[in-house]
Design a protein around this ligand. Structure first.
Ligand SMILES: Cc1cc2nc3c(=O)[nH]c(=O)nc-3n(C[C@H](O)[C@H](O)[C@H](O)COP(=O)(O)O)c2cc1C
Length: 428
């Protein structure tokens, strides 16, 4: 089931004793004052265009180019792909594409508008992770066997990847159109394979995690930021808390630009509250020898626009990762922009909902064209979104029941014509 959260608990509040749940405008002003602007200036310096303190998380099975493009149209400044297994990448998708996590085609930038984008990788072996990172950076423009030959080849990442001149000569990715960052997943709770750690399981094996981080940092060109996604710990023991901090500190020492911390343990998977009180502790950790505090992002229990700013205010994190809270609710990004502009956030009208529902299906169909049954596949994916989209409709339950039966674009359009008529009233 990959990184997915099928066992997730329904939306609930994070653990945050003393949280200010009062006036949002005051909270937003406090966040902006602390950061010295709408966003910490290091973020757009590292990633041009990352101009607001929130982003769309990697969400296996959801965050494909279609979901990302819709989020961006509504104000999301930065997105992360779902976790791609190093072996999937190195196999060129063959054999592994369906076996585990994301599919490669869903994790390349979805056209000129799908930027800036973090490409997320996850795996068990440092040299495979390094080769996978190089393939991401080069967007797979060499033959697959060349990337596979890098695995265990002995030389370091810098000698394996193309020089800047060689890369420029390939001319496959226009300037600024590749991945803005490479993100290493040390968070996914999916089980070990063949007793090898990957994702969040590395948090219990800090030495191995650090070897992976070193290999990836070395493989990626110095001008491309690398980042890490972590859980707050493997479990709630002191030993695992220490292991978390060893990896966390090592990442910054190696030059990783930021770490995104999900406030649940690996053991917790997606069940129970995210611990914002512990995220606050992590954000406040001093970085010896550095004048400025570290750039650190928070994840977990961001369900509404209010949660974005409450998390930032309470924890001191620099950006909030919006995950399950934006499935079927891309308007959360528009609302966040409205709050930053001093406006009152508005709920989507039925007309706006219709426009987004139509656009999302059309984009998803385009993304899935290479599938054997593109329309059926798209309908299956869109049914998962539909349940959440329907929640915005005044007759949500009836709309939901109809949407989960959708088998193709014709059905989808019919639901929209019936329930999202331009007059704003259901026409049934
Ligand atoms: C279905 C699903 C898939 C996920 N896939 C990924 C992934 O591929 N990469 C990643 O970094 N996190 C992944 N996550 C974790 C989320 O990005 C996020 O950290 C987590 O859901 C906590 O935030 P929330 O409580 O606000 O949803 C996934 C979560 C869910 C529910």
């Amino acid at each position: 089931m990959g990184c997915s959260g099928n066992n997730a608990t329904p939306p609930g509040p994070a653990t945050a004793p003393g949280l200010d749940s009062g006036d949002l405008a005051t909270i937003v002003n406090r966040v902006v004052a602390r950061q010295g602007g709408v966003v910490d200036s290091r973020m757009p310096d590292l990633v041009p265009g990352f101009d607001a303190p929130f982003f769309q998380a990697g969400l296996a099975g959801y965050s494909d180019p279609a979901m990302r493009l819709i989020a961006r149209q509504l104000g999301c400044p930065f997105c992360v792909t779902e976790a791609l297994l190093d072996r999937t990448l190195l196999a060129g998708g063959r054999g592994f594409a369906k076996a585990d996590l994301g599919d490669i085609a869903e994790n390349v930038p979805g056209g000129d508008d799908d930027h800036p984008l973090a490409g997320q990788i996850m795996g068990s072996d440092p040299s495979e992770m390094a080769a996978a990172a190089i393939k991401m950076i080069e967007q797979g423009t060499r033959r697959d066997r060349e990337y596979r030959a890098m695995v265990g080849a002995g030389s370091d990442g810098a000698t394996k990847r193309r020089s800047d001149e060689e890369q420029a000569a390939v001319e496959f990715v226009p300037e600024g159109r590749g991945f803005a960052t490479i993100d290493v997943n040390l968070a996914c709770p999916v089980k070990k394979i063949a007793r090898k750690a990957r994702g969040g399981h590395w948090l219990a094996e800090p030495e191995g995690a650090i070897r992976i981080l070193e290999a990836v940092r070395e493989a990626v060109p110095a001008e491309t930021p690398t980042t890490v996604k972590m859980r707050r710990s493997f479990d709630d023991t002191n030993a695992m808390r220490d292991a978390f901090y060893r990896i966390f500190d090592a990442a910054y020492d190696m030059g990783y630009a930021w770490v995104t911390v999900h406030g649940r343990t690996v053991e917790q998977k997606y069940v129970g509250p995210s611990r914002w009180d512990l995220l606050r502790e992590i954000a406040q950790r001093k970085h010896p020898g550095r004048a400025r505090e570290r750039l650190v992002f928070g994840s977990g229990d961001v369900w509404t626009v209010g949660d974005i700013f409450r998390m930032l205010d309470y924890t001191g994190m620099h950006a909030a990762s919006v995950a399950r809270g934006c499935i079927g609710n891309p308007w959360v990004f528009r609302q966040a922009r409205q709050l930053l502009a001093g406006e009152v956030p508005t709920a989507p009208t039925l007309e706006e909902q219709r426009r987004v529902l139509e656009a999302h299906f059309t984009l998803a169909l385009a993304v899935n064209q290479r599938m054997r049954h593109p329309e059926q596949h798209t309908a299956r994916v869109m049914r998962k979104f539909a349940i959440r989209f329907a929640a915005h409709h005044p007759e949500g339950e009836a709309v939901r029941r109809r949407m989960i039966e959708v088998a193709g674009i014709h059905d989808w359009t019919q639901v929209l014509d019936t329930w999202y008529a331009p007059t704003g009233a259901p026409t049934q």
